[in-house]
Design a protein around this ligand. Sequence first.
Ligand SMILES: Nc1ncnc2c1ncn2[C@@H]1O[C@H](COP(=O)(O)OP(=O)(O)OP(=O)(O)O)[C@@H](O)[C@H]1O
Length: 894
Amino acid sequence: MGPEPEVSESGNGGLGTLKEDSDDTIPGRIEAFNGLSEGSYFSDVLQAKCGHYGDIPSLENTSTQSLFTVTNMILDECVEGKNENIPQRVASILKLVMLEIQERVSKQAQNMRKQSTLYNSREERYQSKIRALETLATGTTEENEVVMNQLRQMKLEKTKIEEVLKLEQHDLTILRQEKDRCESLILSLEEEIRLTKQDYEEKCFQLEARAEETKDKLLKKILELERLLTDSRNKVKELEDFSESKFLRWKRKEHGYRHFIDSQFESLQDLRLASESIKQEVSKIKNVYAEEFYHFGVNIKGLIDAAQNYHSVLEENRKLYNEVQDLKGNIRVYCRIRPFLPGQSRKQTTIQYIGENGELVVINPLKPGKDSHRLFKFNKVFGPASTQEEVFRDTQPLIRSVLDGYNVCIFAYGQTGSGKTYTMTGPNATSIVDWGVNYRALNDLFNISQNRHSSIAYEVGVQMVEIYNEQVRDLLCNDSFQKRLGIWNSSQPNGLAVPDASMHPVKSTSDVLELMNIGLMNRAVGATALNERSSRSHSILTVHVRGTDLETNAVLRGCLHLVDLAGSERVDRSEATGDRLREAQHINRSLSALGDVIFALAQKNPHVPYRNSKLTQVLQSSLGGQAKALMFVQLNPDVESYSETISTLKFAERVSGVELGAARSNKEGRGVRELMEQVATLKDAVSKKDEEIVRLRLLKTNGNSSIGVGRSSQQLSGVKSSDGKAAFDMDNSSEYSDKHSDAGSQQSVDDFRHHKEFFQQSKLAAAGGTENYLEDVESNLNLADGGKSPNGGIQFLESGDADTDEKLSDMSDGVLSLGTQTDASINSIPEIAKLSADSTEKRNVPVELPRPPTKQGQAGSSRLSFSRSSTKVPSSKRATLGSSSAVKLPKNWH
Ligand SMILES: Nc1ncnc2c1ncn2[C@@H]1O[C@H](COP(=O)(O)OP(=O)(O)OP(=O)(O)O)[C@@H](O)[C@H]1O
């Protein structure tokens, strides 16, 4: 197959170029074209359609369609008659156009012909090729299959390649993303680098600035150093000069010292010689000293022995001191300081120092100064951290002595909230650690009695009472809950302080716990009814112990009073009214009475005013009468309680000085016990007899008109004796429960009236001394009479205040003291007891019966001693002779 002939197609649609029939030469055409200048319209059309103007040869490049269009337009105009006169030039142009068209058409026809021949030959060639291919195709089917396989293979490869391409596409996407990320990273890094660079540049700039500064500084320093160097060089020079001169001086000094050493050496030689001689002397003295040391050692050994003994002696002393205290019967005073309660931790304390040996220093932090410190000393001071067990450990020996037949009284004194109940009962009966003295004491008593059961059989009984507003209430008696109880004299044979109160035998601690629970509940019930009154009443737990010696049948009686007193704080009368005022008065009075009793005991007064309050009456057997007593002084460390703390401590200080006398055990054989009971009944009889005797004597004296003053005084003694007698009766009467008891006062008044009438009738009434005395007695009895006499007693009583009561109590005590004295003498002197017995026997003997003068004198002297002294003493002074008035303290003395 040869190369195919080129088919050339011009842009004029294959029409070729126009040729002028007449003159188809180029210069002819140009000429014809130039003639068109006249017909500018045609040239415009030609320019518009062909894009040429004035250039004839450009017709060749003009498309055939444009040529036709131009021609048509011209022809149309001619047809329409718009332009009838077609210029020559236009006609020639038309000719040209037509020629061009003709030329092109002929060329086109030639080309067509050529092409058709070309196509024919090509067709033939293809036909032959097809034939050849058909022959080839039949012969090469197998090859085709191979080719097909190859094609399939290739297809597969293509799909694989496509897959690979897809994967690569995917990878490409990932790579593109990665690239994007990298690009953004690169961008951020670039940004960072830019910033760092900027920063670095700034730093560099700063460093450069600093370096510049440092450089300046260094330069300055260098200059400075150079200056210093020059200075130091100068100085070195100076120093060299100086050292040179010093060296010279030292050299001179060395010379001097050498000389000195030489001289010293010489003197050393001398000293050596001297020391030799001294050595000899020293060795002589040494020998002497050795001898003396030996003697000294012997003496020291003796001293060491003595010193070693000193501690045991001290211990012994301590024991002896305690024994002496026991013998003296000092009331022991333990002070216990309550800790601050939760929520009070930031409060200021008044307690500054607690000593080992019972010293206590109290301060007033609100008024600091040298006078704000006060030192007190007691048997023991328990700090706020002391436990219930520690407190009991020091109380235990006292409680144990109850089992040996002693009477013991333990009472807690202090203002409300200072911890009295905490010490005596404890905050929680169910927890043994919290048990107060009460539970521990009874627990201890049972333990010891158990240990001694082979030799002594103990019986223990418990009473529990409360004193509120001078009324005694049995806390263990449910039936007669509101029952008021009378007070018996504690010297009665059964030894019960409150005989009407129910006595409950107990055999174990659990019995006690049960009973005390009942007691506390009864107290609480009372408290609900009458408002919170636990701090305004005294509660007394009395433990009676009776031990019978299994061998000798001897009986021991011990009595333990455990008293939780009412709050000791003074209530301002102006603030309290109604029930509160009454309570306050009763508390003040009973605590004052307790103070009076204790102070009378401290003064060793013959009369102790136990009867001034129910409290002191109940405690009589354990206060005085050779009992052992312990007072817990409870303190609230709070600074607001400072003044109460000080008055409590002052009271305690006075109490600690009280000596009750050596404690005596209540041991009785069977005989003694019976005799005691007899003595009690005989005492009654003796007193009545004495009274009768005195009256008869007075009657007898009345008959004798010539009696002298001296005698009248004796009779007056009898009057006084009669008063004393009356008091004695009262003292022994179970009916008499108060110093203001109507019965007692009335009796005294009656006695007095009887004697006054008698004296008024007698001529003796004129005697001055007697009259004075009578006036005194009268005034006294008027007071006791409840102010019925017109001599001023009315106002005194009607004022109704505690002072009046106390004065009355003093009066009464003054009278009562004689009775007490007599009691003691009768109890202790067997002869008197015998005399009493005699009197009982002779109860019905007429008055005339002569009495042995000596015995009567004895009996009388015990009662008359007071009146004998009083007859000669002016009335103003006599007022101080009553025992109670003598020991009378200011009302608020505690
Ligand atoms: N040693 C103590 N340790 C811890 N708490 C104590 C102590 N002493 C007292 N308290 C607490 O102080 C409070 C008052 O104590 P308590 O009731 O015993 O005082 P009180 O003097 O008996 O008061 P009142 O006169 O009103 O009967 C109670 O809450 C008690 O638990």
